[in-house]
Design a protein around this ligand. Structure first.
Ligand SMILES: [Cu+2]
Length: 194
């Protein structure tokens, strides 16, 4: 959360600088219109997570939830950008799972494998709090508790579509879909909570 806020302040400051630069050079109207879009692209990188990173947090802590029409499900608590979304990675990727919270411990636990949408999340899955699976995602995988601000690595070796969630906050909306297949990309993002 604090990282995102810092990024936002940086973005606002940089946008103001860009605006000032535009005004101070009256003959640069053509150049200015070319420069600004590339500047925005840099800001986008600053405001999102590094490549091959999964951030997790309660939807209410800042990630929000998304009613994803492709999966016919409400997803929340996990992102590889800025706000909750379905995740997508190529097989063989080692990802860093980071707890974005400043105060709440979370986990990432395998729930079940599915073949296609819809993502039907079971009401009461048995999600272990202690770690299982030696850092390799698959049936029975559990990260174990991740303290606020801490990270673990997870190897995504087995292609497929999986439901997963947080052992502590599954019922509070921390459940999501991950697609592991060549060139898979993340789904649309949630809007930030009010
Ligand atoms: Cu949690």
């Amino acid at each position: 959360m604090s990282k995102r806020i810092a990024a936002l302040f940086f973005a606002i400051g940089a946008a103001m600088l860009a605006a000032c630069a535009g005004h101070s050079s009256p003959s640069a109207s053509g150049d200015g219109s070319v420069l600004l879009p590339s500047f925005d692209k840099n800001l986008l990188v600053v405001a999102t997570l590094p490549k091959n990173t999964i951030g997790e947090e309660l939807p209410g802590e800042g990630l929000g939830t998304i009613d994803d029409s492709f999966w016919s499900a409400t997803l929340g608590g996990f992102t590889q950008s800025s706000f909750s979304q379905a995740l997508g990675f190529s097989p063989g990727t080692t990802v860093t799972l980071t707890n974005l919270s400043t105060s709440v411990t979370h986990t990432l636990d395998y729930v079940k494998k599915i073949k296609r949408p819809p993502a039907k999340f079971p009401a009461n899955p048995n999600l272990p709090v202690t770690g299982h699976g030696n850092g390799v995602f698959g049936k029975g995988y559990a990260s174990g508790p991740i303290s606020p601000g801490k990270s673990v690595t997870i190897k995504l070796s087995k292609a497929g579509i999986y439901l997963f969630g947080c052992a502590f906050h599954y019922k509070e909306g921390m459940h999501d879909v991950i697609v592991i297949k060549p060139n898979a990309t993340p789904g649309p993002e949630a809007t930030p909570p009010a």
